[in-house]
Design a protein around this ligand. Structure first.
Ligand code: GLU
Length: 419
């Protein structure tokens, strides 16, 4: 069988759930395609004076539940197929989380490490300018994703506001989320995705009488999601045995300190050279014997081949799309449990929603309030998916899709199709 693209994988996951729940065939056709696909090419002046042309994307999958919402990533792998897939996952994710958003995603096909800070600023600003009114605070709201952060969001905000008439600027601060706190960001947004992953894992552990304090785990990717998940798991007493990122992999049977590793990675740009672990190759990393594997990097990491290497009981997807369809099958055959991305990593977009609400109301919530509200929504999302697992006697990914598709199907039934 030919290898499926990332988007074809999403459609295969979607078809599994749509078949199981008997999704209305017309609504199925609507949800199987994206709504708008924007591709922009834009010139930017580099530090040495020459001009380089960049390609940026924004795909808006669906907005029937609310404004388009989703991150922007800066990565060489960004292309139309990947962005379509990521936009579609955002639609399911917001529906599962029960927040009033649709799904979108975007990015620029670059390796940001090749550019200076001032070049990245000009690239970001020119991309925002090129997107123009394709984004907007009540229309399509970007956020951080792979290789983008609060600083990039601040540049997007500033550029967007500069394009508005002066009278309207202050009511548009919610055009982007994941901003720095001083520029209208929310407390708790930085750790939100990792926090959500930990909340889901805690709920699963309670339901399965699983003792997290004696658990061992491994993490792939030590950016925002991977590092926060590991740091937030520390108080539970779980032992981090192995970590892999774009610079290599390390193992340490005595445990890796998540805070110390986070500091090292922030200072060195990757874990390579970190003294608290033994370097190993990719296959050795993937074969480490542990209770839990948290993939928190890119798509397509757990395939038929690598799923057969894993020696874990449970996969908790922090990344979007880390497991492809064949990988899923092998995990199921081998009895390895899986908690899917669209449930586990919803904490990020949930706290983005809180940031958006605070901006709209000119409010500022304290961290306890943000965390308590996030916890409540994660519990509710988890329970809905759990119920679908049992009602349909299916796997957690398909069950999560059923929850999302049920919500979307209801809204399409109520509203009908224009004209
Ligand atoms: N990029 C994150 C995700 O994939 C967050 C999106 C958002 O906050 O809008 O869920």
């Amino acid at each position: 069988m030919a290898k499926l693209s990332v988007y074809e994988n999403v459609i295969a996951q979607f078809n599994n759930a749509a078949d199981l729940m008997n999704l209305d065939p017309e609504i199925r056709r609507i949800l199987a395609c994206t709504t708008n696909e924007i591709i922009v090419h834009f010139p930017v002046k580099m530090d040495d004076g020459h001009i380089q042309i960049f390609t940026g994307y924004r795909v808006q999958h669906n907005n029937v539940l609310g404004p388009y919402k989703g991150g922007l990533r800066f990565h060489p792998s960004v292309d139309i197929d990947e962005v379509r897939a990521l936009a579609t996952w955002m639609t399911w994710k917001s529906a599962i989380a029960g927040i009033p958003y649709g799904g979108a995603k975007g990015g620029i096909q670059i390796d940001p490490r090749q550019y200076s800070r001032s070049e990245l600023e000009r690239i970001t600003r020119r991309f925002t300018f090129a997107l123009g009114s394709n984004i907007g605070p009540e229309y399509d709201i970007p956020a951080p994703d792979v290789n983008t952060n609060s600083q990039i969001m601040a540049w997007i905000l500033d550029t967007y506001l500069s394009m508005m008439p002066p009278l309207e600027r202050n009511r548009c601060v919610h055009v982007v989320t994941g901003k720095p706190i001083e520029s209208g960001g929310s407390l708790g947004r930085d750790k939100a995705t990792g926090q959500g992953v930990v909340f889901v894992l805690e709920l699963w552990a309670k339901d399965h009488n699983f003792d997290l304090s004696h658990a061992t785990y491994m993490v792939q990717g030590f950016g925002n999601v991977g590092s926060w998940t590991a740091r937030l798991l520390k108080p539970y007493g779980a032992t981090l045995l192995a970590v892999e990122d774009h610079t290599g992999a390390i193992v340490n049977p005595a445990g890796i300190d998540a805070d110390a590793l986070t500091e090292y990675v922030q200072a060195h740009g990757g874990l390579s050279g970190y003294p608290g672990g033994t370097p190993v190759d990719h296959r050795t990393f993937m074969s480490v014997e542990a209770d839990i594997f948290v993939p928190a990097a890119l798509e397509n990491q757990i395939t038929a081949e690598t799923a057969s290497w894993l020696n874990v009981k449970l996969v908790v997807e922090g990344a979007n799309g880390p497991t492809n369809i064949e990988g899923d099958k092998v995990l199921q055959e081998r009895g390895i449990g899986l908690l899917p991305d669209v449930l586990c990593n919803a904490g990020g977009v949930i706290v983005s929603y809180f940031e958006w609400l605070q901006n709209k109301r000119s409010e500022f919530w304290d961290l306890e309030e943000v965390d308590a509200k996030l916890h409540k929504l994660m519990i509710s999302a988890y329970r809905h998916v759990y119920e679908a697992v049992h009602k349909f006697n299916t796997d957690w990914r398909t069950a999560a899709y059923v929850v999302a598709l049920n919500r979307l199907e209801k809204v399409y039934r109520e509203r009908g199709i224009f004209p």
